[in-house]
Unconditional design. Structure first.
Ligand code: 6LW
Length: 538
């Protein structure tokens, strides 16, 4: 009888997994797989689990950690840099802070190695649980300068690579970060601008060196070389570049700037490449920063890898995928319920904000509360203005689509005279479009504020009726539109401003527009504050 039950159970489990494989689509996906400002992606696999990290520059917490079972559907499970003792981001901006990270796994430990600017110090943190807290930094003290470090584990040894003029490599003691052995030079790829983002893979008796060249603009592309000896000399793939949109075929693609890639093999032995790219809008400019893209790779034994057939990728990818495991979608309306995490007091995670929300530089956690009024985000204003390169009272999530509507509901009962609070499409301290509620002579006004370089302009303001303010920013790929309402139904247009003046091409730097809320005041020591009931993004 038992034998019969066991065989029935076994048969049913086979049928279930077969049925499951039929129900979850193995066909096609949309790029970017991580939309919005998710630059410099790096990926690794442990068993059936993929983990991916991105650069974050002046934003804190730094280096988000994403998890996936299929490389298409990703869930943010943590951040590598959550404590000010791990990294000093004071006064950093879109050209400094945390540059490209690499995530690797070895012997039960995850490692994330990166570089902090302006010191250009390379360091890594490690953990055995990527969704938890990561270690304090292990600083690489023998190599200061440039960026894009990576780790390569081979035959029980750990190698540290980085770009400093050319691509350099040396063995390190992974417990201490100390240099072991001499520094070897792996060249500059094929001689394109800015050889960077190196990674090494060992396959079929070769060491493969993958790197980006051309700079992270339209000329960006990826080359691969190989050698039988880890320290070279490396021979170039005759079919380089293996990934590029810098050609006539892709000159009109809505995705440009492909580069900074990493390769990973799936449990079914298929190979995949993640990389960065950006989606252009008007004037071939982009506002959302560099986003994470995915492409299939054909990598036969002893052959060179071929990315998606011809080294290009599309928004609508038609290729077969791994069995897709759809994830719970982010809520359209963030209700600011406190999220309990096993985090120490000095971790940003102790504030209880949902994953994906970030502040600037070195935030004062006491300015943010999800517990003083349950279900509301309370912001205590600071005298640090949004237009200062520091840490204003500000928290934001990425703009992930070209067109959107972002609305937040503010309770301004405790807004003091001279205080301001609002919603912002923030690209940089001197490049943001805001809808601001301000208390003046006992009355509350809602106004647009456009900050562009040395210019700050308030186009229009209306008086608030009551204490509940609905502040809104929408976009249509040409303009951002600022509007406000006292009842959440009738919105008064206040201003519109060109998309392009928040683009990377206009501002420079390496980040993308963030949509968030802020509070500021012109004098210290006031005990006013604002409460935000929800933030809706669709
Ligand atoms: C990063 C470099 C790059 O260090 O841009 O696109 C730099 N690639 O690899 C900043 O993201």
């Amino acid at each position: 009888m038992n034998r019969l039950i066991v065989s029935l159970l076994f048969t049913s489990s086979i049928l279930c997994s077969f049925a499951q494989s039929l129900t979850t689509s193995n066909q096609g996906f949309k790029n970017p797989v991580l939309p919005g400002f998710h630059a410099d992606p790096s990926v690794c696999r442990v068993g059936d689990d993929f983990y991916l990290v991105n650069s974050t520059f002046q934003y804190f917490p730094g280096v988000p950690v994403f998890h996936s079972k299929d490389l298409v559907n990703w869930e943010q499970v943590g951040n590598c840099l959550t404590r000010p003792t791990q990294v000093d981001l004071r006064k950093t901006d879109g050209n400094s802070g945390i540059y490209a990270p690499t995530i690797r796994y070895n012997n039960g430990r995850f490692y994330m190695v990166t570089t902090v600017f302006p010191s250009r110090r390379h360091f890594y943190v490690w953990t055995d649980n990527p969704a938890g807290e990561w270690s304090d930094p292990v600083v690489i003290d023998f190599a200061i300068g440039s960026c894009d470090p990576t780790l390569f584990f081979d035959e029980g040894k750990c190698y540290f690579l980085w770009k400093e003029g050319d691509i350099k490599i040396c063995e390190i003691d992974v417990e201490t970060g100390k240099q072991l052995g001499e520094i070897h030079h792996l060249g500059v790829g094929l001689g394109g601008r800015y050889p960077e983002g190196p990674h090494i893979y060992k396959k079929d008796g070769y060491y493969y060196l993958l790197l980006a060249e051309g700079g992270t603009e339209h000329g960006h592309h990826v080359n691969i070389l190989r050698s039988k000896d880890l320290f070279g000399p490396y021979q170039s793939n005759p079919s380089n570049p293996i990934l590029s949109h810098f050609n006539m075929k892709m000159q009109n693609s809505s995705i440009q700037g492909l580069g900074h890639a990493d390769l990973v093999q799936a449990p079914d032995s298929s190979w995949w490449m993640i990389c960065l790219g950006y989606r252009t809008s008007a004037y071939l400019q982009h506002v959302m920063g560099r986003e994470t893209m995915l492409a299939p790779v054909k990598w036969e034994k002893g052959a060179w890898p071929v990315v998606n057939g011809d080294g290009t990728l599309q928004v609508d990818m038609k290729c077969a995928t791994l069995p897709q495991v759809p994830l719970k979608q982010d809520p359209v309306r963030e209700e600011f319920e406190f999220v309990k995490r096993n985090a120490p007091k000095d971790s940003y995670h102790s504030i209880g904000l949902p994953m994906g929300w970030m502040s600037l530089c070195d935030p004062d956690y006491t300015k943010y509360s999800l517990t003083e009024r349950k279900g509301w985000l309370r912001l205590h204003p600071s005298t640090t203005d949004l237009s200062v390169t520091a840490s204003p009272t500000f928290v934001a999530r990425r703009q992930t689509e070209l067109t959107f509507t972002a609305t937040a509901l503010f309770d301004l009962t405790h807004l003091e005279e001279g205080m301001q609070a609002g919603i912002t499409a923030y690209a940089a301290p001197l490049n943001h479009y805001d809808v601001v509620a301000e208390k003046r002579n006992g009355k509350i006004f809602m106004k647009s504020n456009v900050r562009l370089g040395q210019t700050s302009h308030n186009e229009k303001e209306i008086e608030l009726t009551g204490n509940q303010a609905y502040l809104r920013i929408t976009s249509d790929k040409e303009f951002y539109y600022m509007s406000a309402s006292s009842d959440g139904v009738n919105f008064t247009p206040l201003a519109k401003m060109e998309y392009r003046f928040l683009s990377t091409e206009t501002i420079g730097g390496f980040t993308g527009v963030m949509l968030g809320v802020f509070a500021q005041q012109n004098v210290e020591g006031r005990d006013g504050y604002v409460d935000i009931d929800w933030f809706e993004y669709k």
